[in-house]
Design a protein around this ligand. Structure first.
Ligand code: SF4
Ligand code: SF4
Ligand code: SF4
Ligand code: FES
Length: 948
């Protein structure tokens, strides 16, 4: 394995088919119109020396190193800022240019430490390379003049250092922060000799910086350098893999020394991220080697016993014996499994296969149940496919971006940067969210409309937007006539035109002024290409599926489907939530979303697997828990999911787990659910296995093994070992063989293979004979289901109501530095930015309760009570409070109710009626949980001591 080095063309290559021909150093070349002379030269393999240019950024032209001679032009223009012209004749290497370049380098080096041999960037420094490239051997001015060599280092950021003594003030970092990330945290302060990079604050940590690392990547010297590089030295080899955090699915080069991961570098050819990253994917990978990772299989008779470390064989036998015994005593339906959206497609596929072919039932579900199951239901009903309609790049063609119930800058940061780039270029933004998320107003971005609705009124708002479209004649009649089912449309149009759906009526329910709704609807319908992006603020409601269909209705009515710049796009939470759904993790569907009752589909699986399959849908997660509490569901195999923390109504979930005879947890760490487990299969991190993840744009990306599994087996091998102990034959030598089986059984994956991914990098499904290279935009000429289906989306208020005892509405979400239940990010330096979950409350509500910033407050709902510290902020609207759920001790889901989406059972996390009061103690649940944790730690230590 070698170190992967991507070519830097110096300036971006324009995306156009128009070409320009010129001659560079005597060689004729044709390049896209708008290409710089520097990039044109690089395209034919000629490197022009450069320092301030890099192809992730627009040309700047400050260092004067890239000078060239152009026949017929005076002087020596900078090649990075000079666009090519037809017939141009360029010379990049002449004695005059060599002298000028050497002179420029002399000036830089005269004010630079001469410690190359001991510098952390030695061997990976563009300044060093350029000194070599121009043949600099000495500096005529000496090194004694005024310089910056004593400048103080800023080491405040946990992941990178800033050493101004090495800075050449090329401003690549400043431009990366602006152009790539869109945070504008850096600036060049001072003038002339005093000019320097400044954060606008004391240091990086206290500044606006969000630690995305774009500036570190852009820096051509060791001024901005990863601390891991300073600690371990330069990497020796690398592999391209995919981030294991969110559904953006960024590609990274995992750079290694032997089996030591030295750094993660965003991969420029990764189509989801195009060389950008966020703090999680780039820096927060330390959890993979955290000291509390469990690397030995463990078993115990009862959950009050100590864990006993055993061999893999013994663990498999123990688990299989218990599962067989349960089925023997309680019937075939008494066991099931949950697949993980953090595992690969191949690993998920083998778990659902084990359930259907091995357990003999369809009791398999996935964590998408608690996040995007309404997306699957709603989009499939309207369009025929349970997935978003666009690729991420599509947003670059949007004129209006409608963000509903999503907070991309925190939860999907790399896509947010792409979106902000488009907004800075003039696209208009509508935000529908109870909270003033960052996008509403941030550097150089401001929403045209922020519809700050009350939680639980999404459907009323989407209906009101559609009402304006229908009643003000804003329908795209041609699109509707040609592409949609007309009789459904007509009954929908009659329904939506009813007075109850008018902005004026909905204003009373939602709190959003009618004129704002009207203006937003007109902008969406007539503002050019309009695209909808949405998140869990849409799906995690009792009407989650209705809302997804409501958005689909609006998009169809306005003709906003089937081309670039438009569409209905779920921003998926987990890295592989799209994939886990695609792979047949739902109890009613095989891979590719085909119902288990469909005879032809079942035949296909039965023939290949050689076993009869159940035609009845199995149990969903909440049904499994209910049945467990009722004594009818006795064993569960949980692959990489912490339902005791992530699922609603924690006390009900733990009661269900406690009632089971065998709970198998497969995870990296002893998570909250493992407190109720009898078998623990140690999991493998994304660095330890081969496979694929599918991101929010249906893009199948490779995950590559960069180190051996710490527990000896990758997750897919564990499932197969367990299956074997149960007597279920599944044999694969490599995950590529699992993908081959998926492709054989799944029409939308028919042409997908590891070979294809090796050749083209990634592909968006459907990928089959009709679309051999995948499908960036769906429903282009016709909907997958044929005609688009309008559905009636009557607004039905949630049963969760405020009242005198619970006057506030609690809603929940994520923060940039942490990820979901925090199992990964809490084990990294990311906790520096978010040590605990806080309750955000508006100043009016705080004052009415005598609550001040930082006070401990009790949140009580009909389901339970927890205590958190308060953060008083006008980001909230009065009457609504908000918290994150990244820390298990918070127990945010102790207070959420068991209400759920009518169609999919997706929990209603986003609406809980609560009361908030100042308190001076933890809640009963938190105190009990803390005691339990201490007791279990004690048991575990005793167990470990005994084993020694
Ligand atoms: S890490 Fe990212 S946000 Fe921070 S200064 Fe650098 S580019 Fe800007
Ligand atoms: S920190 Fe690096 S990128 Fe920024 S101005 Fe200095 S040398 Fe250039
Ligand atoms: S945006 Fe998502 S996929 Fe990309 S680096 Fe961040 S967490 Fe990973
Ligand atoms: S690289 Fe062209 S001026 Fe710096």
């Amino acid at each position: 394995m070698a170190l992967i080095k991507e070519t830097d063309f110096g300036t971006p290559i324009p995306q156009t088919s128009k070409e320009v021909s010129l001659i560079i150093d005597g060689v004729a070349v044709s390049v896209p119109l708008g290409t710089s002379v520097m990039a044109a030269a690089m395209m034919m393999g000629t490197k022009i020396p450069k320092l301030c240019a890099t192809d992730m950024l627009d040309a700047f032209g400050s260092c004067r190193l890239c000078l060239v001679e152009i026949e017929g032009r005076r002087g020596t223009p900078a090649s990075c800022t000079t666009p090519v012209e037809d017939g141009m004749v360029v010379h990049t290497q002449t004695p005059r240019l060599a002298k000028l370049r050497k002179g420029v380098m002399e000036l830089y080096i005269s004010d630079h430490p001469l410690d190359c041999l001991t510098c952390s960037a030695n061997g990976d420094c563009e300044l060093q390379d350029m000194a070599g490239a121009v043949g600099l051997r000495d500096v005529r001015y000496g090194y004694q003049g005024a310089n910056h060599l004593d400048a103080c280092k800023d080491e405040s950021n946990p992941y990178f250092t800033f050493d101004p003594s090495k800075c050449i003030v090329c401003s690549r970092c400043v431009r990366a922060c602006e152009e790539v990330q869109g945070t504008f945290a850096l600036t060049i302060a001072g003038r002339g000799f005093d000019s320097h990079v400044a954060t606008g604050s004391l240091d990086f940590l206290s500044s606006e910086c969000v630690s995305c690392g774009a500036c570190v990547q852009a820096c051509p010297t060791a001024t901005l350098n990863e601390k891991s590089i300073i600690e371990f030295g330069q990497p020796e080899h690398s592999l391209v893999t995919t981030c294991a955090y969110c559904g953006v699915g960024c590609s990274f080069k995992a750079e290694m020394q032997g089996e030591q991961l030295v750094r993660m570098v965003p991969y420029k050819h990764g189509k989801a991220n195009e060389g950008h990253s966020c703090v999680k994917g780039r820096f927060a990978y330390g959890y993979a080697t955290a000291t509390d990772r469990i690397t030995k299989p463990m078993i115990r008779e009862k959950i009050t016993d100590s864990w006993r470390e055993v061999s893999w064989g013994e663990a498999f036998e123990f688990a299989a014996r218990r599962f067989k015994d349960i089925q023997h005593r309680h019937g075939r339906e008494a066991i099931g499994a949950i697949t993980s959206s953090r595992c690969t497609n191949e690993e998920v596929f083998v778990v659902q296969k084990l359930v259907r072919a091995g357990f003999g039932n369809n009791n398999v579900d996935t964590c998408a149940r608690v996040c995007h199951s309404p997306t699957g239901y709603g989009l499939k009903t309207a369009f025929g496919t349970s997935a978003g309609t666009q690729d991420f790049k599509s947003v670059e063609k949007s004129d209006v971006i409608l963000v509903i119930g999503a907070n991309p800058t925190d939860a999907h940061p790399v896509f947010a940067s792409r979106m902000k780039r488009r907004l800075r270029k003039g696209a208009k933004l509508i935000v529908v969210d109870p909270r003033r998320i960052d996008l509403v107003r941030s550097a150089h971005v401001e929403a045209h409309h922020h519809l700050a609705l009350l939680p639980g009124t999404n459907v009323a708002i989407i209906n009101a937007l559609a009402h304006v479209v229908v009643t003000e004649g804003l329908i795209d009649e041609r699109f509707v006539r040609e592409r949609c089912d007309l009789s459904d449309f007509e009954s929908w149009a009659r329904f939506i035109a009813r007075q109850e759906n008018s902005p004026e009526e909905v204003a009373r329910i939602s709190g959003v002024p009618a004129e704002d709704i009207r203006a937003a609807a007109r902008l969406y319908a007539k503002g050019g290409n309009s695209a909808i992006y949405y998140g869990l603020g849409v799906t995690e409601h009792s009407q989650g599926s209705t809302m997804v269909m409501g958005m689909a209705n609006l998009a169809m009515a306005c003709g906003m489907l089937g081309r670039e710049g438009v569409g209905v796009n779920p921003l998926r939470g987990q890295n592989n939530v799209q994939g886990s759904c695609d792979m047949g993790s739902f109890p009613h569907e095989f891979s590719g979303y085909r119902h288990v009752s469909d005879d032809a589909t079942r035949d296909m699986f039965e023939n290949l697997w050689g076993v009869k399959l159940d035609q009845e849908p199995g149990l969903r997660i909440p049904n499994m828990i209910d049945e467990a509490v009722n004594g009818r569901f006795k064993g569960i195999y949980i692959q990489g999911e912490d339902i005791a923390q992530s699922d609603p109504d924690t006390q009900h979930v733990t009661a269900g787990l406690e009632a089971m005879d065998c709970v198998i947890v497969q995870d990296l760490f002893l998570n909250e659910t493992a407190k109720y487990a009898h078998v623990f299969f140690p999991g493998s991190s994304f660095l330890e296995k081969d496979g694929t993840f599918t991101n929010a744009e249906r893009r199948i990306n490779r995950v590559r093994k960069v180190m051996s599994p710490l527990a000896g087996l990758a997750d897919w091998e564990v499932t197969i070992g367990f299956a074997k102990a149960l007597g279920v034959v599944m044999h694969y030598d490599h995950p590529s063989e699992i993908m081959d089986e998926i492709a054989k059984l799944t029409p939308t994956f028919r042409n997908v293979s590891f070979d294809l991914l090796e050749r083209i990098g990634s592909v968006q499904w459907p990928c089959n004979d009709a679309a051999p290279m995948g499908t960036p935009i769906m429903h282009v000429d016709r909907f997958v289901r044929g005609k688009g289906k309008f559905m009636l989306t009557e607004y039905v208020p949630t049963d969760e109501r405020t009242g005198p005892n619970f006057p506030l509405l609690l809603t929940t979400g994520r923060i940039l530095s942490q990820y979901n239940v925090g199992a990964q990010t809490r084990r990294t330096h990311n906790s520096l930015w978010h040590e605990e979950d806080l309750l955000e409350i508006h100043p009016f509500d705080a004052e009415a309760r005598g609550i001040r910033e930082g006070d401990l407050v009790g949140i009580t709902s009909r389901a339970g009570e927890v205590s958190l510290r308060a953060h008083v902020t006008d980001r909230m609207q009065p009457g609504v409070v908000y918290t994150t759920f990244h820390h298990p001790e918070t127990g945010a889901n102790v207070v959420t109710t068991d209400l759920s989406d009518w169609a999919t059972n997706c929990p209603e996390y986003k609406v809980t009626a609560v009361q908030v009061r100042r308190v001076n103690h933890l809640s009963k649940w938190q105190a009990h949980d803390r005691e339990l944790a201490v007791a279990l730690r004690h048991i575990r230590h005793e167990g470990a001591d005994a084993a020694e």
